[in-house]
Design a protein around this ligand. Structure first.
Ligand code: PMP
Length: 404
């Protein structure tokens, strides 16, 4: 079970005020706050272990390398990958997807080939494929959804052709909260011998993810959304696939030998990690993973589900409030609009009450087009949020509504 008061004490920022009001932080889909142990890990490593990893014979370099590689093992265990060779450290989900789009596109896609995305993708799972489309002449097929925000699986099945080379979909929508049936999506792609990339930016912080159970070839997520530091993320890839892909960037760390005549690359994951990695960040990410693991991902999921149900019930009582995304399987994200009040006005006025929500298109403009709106107000919850904070949000929305 979640002891929310004890947990909140681990997050110093949660006890600050904004505009003399207690902070209510409901922008967790954009980034999460950091527990003390993560921040202390960053400071302590800079103070007492800092040295560049992998190439040093000296003590500090070896200790920093050990911490960095131990973090890879922590990530492996967290997502139940088979091997640490399947864990590539990147800057975040965006870089992970760009890496794959470049590298997979280079090796396996030609003019006329197709990639399948869904209508609810974040721009970071659209634009890299468009860049590839411009470079290689591939085309993009889109899985549609129903009005509840659920993908239409029958339509998905119809999108496959002999030209389909990859399926890339989000696990959880950052706007609608929909938890997509990614295991089924993967199994269907495999019937066509097509590999799959899952954007796990919004799932990893909220639920247990298991690479061996999911069976997708690739999976991307960001450290900063799972209570870790900014600037570090992960691309998981099945080892046999990673070893088939060409590098994304060249430089130090990713080679076995270099001469002007010939360079021999490292195997995965180092092949994809050119240059000095964010080794302080990876240790911080490992601390964050240890932190959420100690609470228990299943406890986190259950508590956040309870918060989301409570918030949904209370918000539905507000006059003129429309919720976007009512999928049967939903994560802790609620997007809404109230009457004709512009999302930006609602967000700005809630902010004055100390309530941090996100407004706008949430980097999902094609989804906004599908919904026929410009943007929403989005409240997204973490295990450190409380029902009292949701009450404050509901009261705030009512106050703002009265002003219009
Ligand atoms: N995909 C989804 C579903 C997201 O919500 C986000 C972040 N909002 C991203 C990708 C991009 O993550 P990052 O900015 O950490 O690379």
């Amino acid at each position: 079970m979640i002891d929310v008061e004890k947990i909140r004490a681990d997050f110093p920022i949660l006890s600050r005020t904004v505009y003399d009001k207690p902070l209510v932080y409901f922008d967790n889909s954009a980034t999460t706050q950091k527990p003390r142990c993560v921040v202390e890990s960053l400071v302590n490593e800079y103070y007492s272990v800092n040295a560049n990893v992998h190439r040093g014979v000296h003590f500090l370099s070896q200790q920093a390398t050990e911490l960095h590689e131990a973090a890879r093992e922590t990530v492996r265990a967290f997502i139940n990958a088979r091997s640490t060779n399947e864990i590539v450290f990147t800057r975040g989900t965006t870089e992970s997807i760009n890496l794959l789009a470049y590298s997979f596109g280079e090796a396996f896609m030609q003019e006329g080939d197709e990639v399948i995305l869904s209508v609810m993708e974040h721009h970071s799972n659209i634009v890299p494929w468009q860049i590839l489309a411009a470079r290689k002449g591939i085309s993009i097929k889109v899985i549609p959804m129903n009005d509840n925000g659920e993908l239409l699986m029958d339509e998905y099945k119809k999108l496959f052709s002999e030209k389909t080379k990859l399926v890339s979909v989000t696990h959880v929508s950052n706007v609608l909260g929909t938890v997509n049936p990614v295991k089924e999506i993967t199994a269907i792609a495999h019937e066509h011998n097509v590999p799959v990339l899952i954007d796990g930016a919004q799932s990893v912080p909220h639920m247990t993810v298991d690479m061996q159970d999911l069976d997708a070839e690739f999976f991307a997520f960001s450290g900063h959304k799972v209570y870790g530091p900014t600037g570090v993320g992960v691309l998981y890839g099945k080892e046999e696939w990673l070893n088939k892909l060409p590098p994304y960037q060249g430089g130090g760390e990713m080679i076995q030998s270099v001469s002007f005549e010939k360079t021999v690359f490292e195997q995965a994951p180092l092949k994809f990690e050119a240059g000095t990695p964010d080794y302080i960040g990876t240790t911080g990410l490992a601390k964050a993973i240890d932190y959420v693991t100690a609470i228990g991902m299943d406890n986190i999921a259950a508590y956040e589900h309870e918060l989301t149900e409570y918030a949904t019930r209370r918000l539905k009582d507000v006059d003129g409030l429309r919720i976007f995304g009512e999928a049967e399987h939903k994560g802790s994200v609620i997007s809404f609009l109230v009457g004709n009040i512009h999302h930006l006005d609602m967000g700005t006025l809630l902010d004055r009450l100390g309530i941090a929500v996100r407004t706008g298109h949430h980097c999902a403009q094609p989804l906004m087009i599908r919904l026929g709106i410009e943007g929403t107000v989005r409240a997204s919850f973490s295990f450190y949020n409380t029902k009292e904070e949701i009450d404050a949000l509901v009261d705030g929305i009512k106050k703002v509504s009265k002003m219009f």
